[in-house]
Design a protein around this ligand. Structure first.
Ligand code: SAM
Length: 293
């Protein structure tokens, strides 16, 4: 029986065998602690019939633990140099399929439909490449994939923004975008020492559980997100100032923006960071008719 991949000794052996050198530009920080990996996988609450989707398997440290618990694992890896390594390290796990593709360009829905059983539980579990954490998460959420949720490692600072509550300095359009689709919780803080090479920043594991219904009703999702992004364009500005400078013809439509603010019970002098997701929904619904054309 081979030792787990996620130990310093085995990881080094694998890297040496293949002469692999890390590419910083691809966010390659591999996990070398099986305990941490098991705790991450625990948070995904997989069963023997679950399907798991991984982004960036690296040399297979997390993939191996997922393969032991899920029925099938699909993993998207961008770096071709890792393919022969994964074929070797994951050879004991016939329930793993590696897809050589940039996940940001992949048709993830088509892959899920082809490879996994849609009637069963499906989770995304990943130690994300930090340089593209937000685009990957937003792609997975906006595409409304048939998944129960996402458990993933990211920079602690990004995790703090994702799970932030109104009125805090971390709260912004990313918090609202993610919380519109999911219940977001930081479930672990992870020290740098469990990675090879060690990243410069602290890490956190965030669990995102998809809402069955969005927590607020919006007339137009794209417009709702546009209004929230506009409201945070300059954090020190009031919501009225941000909206007039960001919405199309906002300056000419100032009276309409003021009317919409009043209709939704939001004082013009407030700043975006004080508005709840419910208030943003009301505000974007009130603004929507004025910005249709
Ligand atoms: N899962 C492994 C682990 O925990 O040890 C590796 C995680 S490492 C932080 C991120 C991985 O994502 C690397 O293997 C990297 O090559 C891969 N990657 C980076 N950008 C990617 C992209 N756009 N699509 C798919 N994989 C990507």
């Amino acid at each position: 029986m081979r030792k787990d991949i996620a130990t310093p000794v085995r990881t080094k052996e694998i890297l040496d065998k293949y002469g692999f050198s890390f590419k910083k530009s691809l966010g390659q920080n591999f996990l070398i602690d099986t305990n941490i990996l098991n705790r991450i996988v625990d948070h995904a609450e997989l069963t023997a019939s679950s399907g798991a989707i991984e982004i960036g398997p690296g040399i297979g440290a997390l993939t191996e633990q997922l393969a032991k618990r899920a029925e099938k694992v699909i993993a998207f890896e961008i770096d071709q140099r890792l393919l022969p390594i994964l074929e070797d390290t994951l050879s004991p796990y016939p329930n793993v399929k590696i897809i050589h593709h940039d996940v940001l360009k992949a048709d993830v829905r088509a892959v899920i439909e082809q490879e996994l059983d849609l009637d069963k539980d499906i989770m995304v579990v990943a130690n994300l490449p930090y340089y593209v954490t937000t685009p990957i998460l937003m792609k997975l959420l906006e595409e409304k994939l048939p998944i129960r949720g996402i458990v993933c490692m990211m920079q602690k600072e990004v995790g703090d923004r994702i799970s932030a509550k109104p009125g805090t300095k971390e709260y912004g359009s990313l918090s609202i975008a993610v919380q519109y689709y999911t219940k977001a919780e930081t479930v672990m803080i992870v020290p740098k020492t469990v990675f090879m090479p060690q990243p410069n920043v602290d890490s956190a594991v965030v669990r995102l559980t998809l809402h069955e219904e969005p927590p607020v009703k919006v007339k137009d999702e794209a417009f709702f997100f546009f209004v929230t992004r506009s409201s945070f364009a300059q954090r020190r500005k009031t919501i009225l100032n941000n909206l007039t400078s960001q919405l199309p013809d906002g300056k000419q439509k100032k009276d309409k923006i003021q009317a919409a603010l009043q209709q939704s019970g939001v004082e013009e002098s407030r700043r975006g960071e004080t508005l709840s997701i419910g208030e943003f929904a009301q505000l974007s619904n009130a603004l929507y008719p004025f910005f249709q054309e």
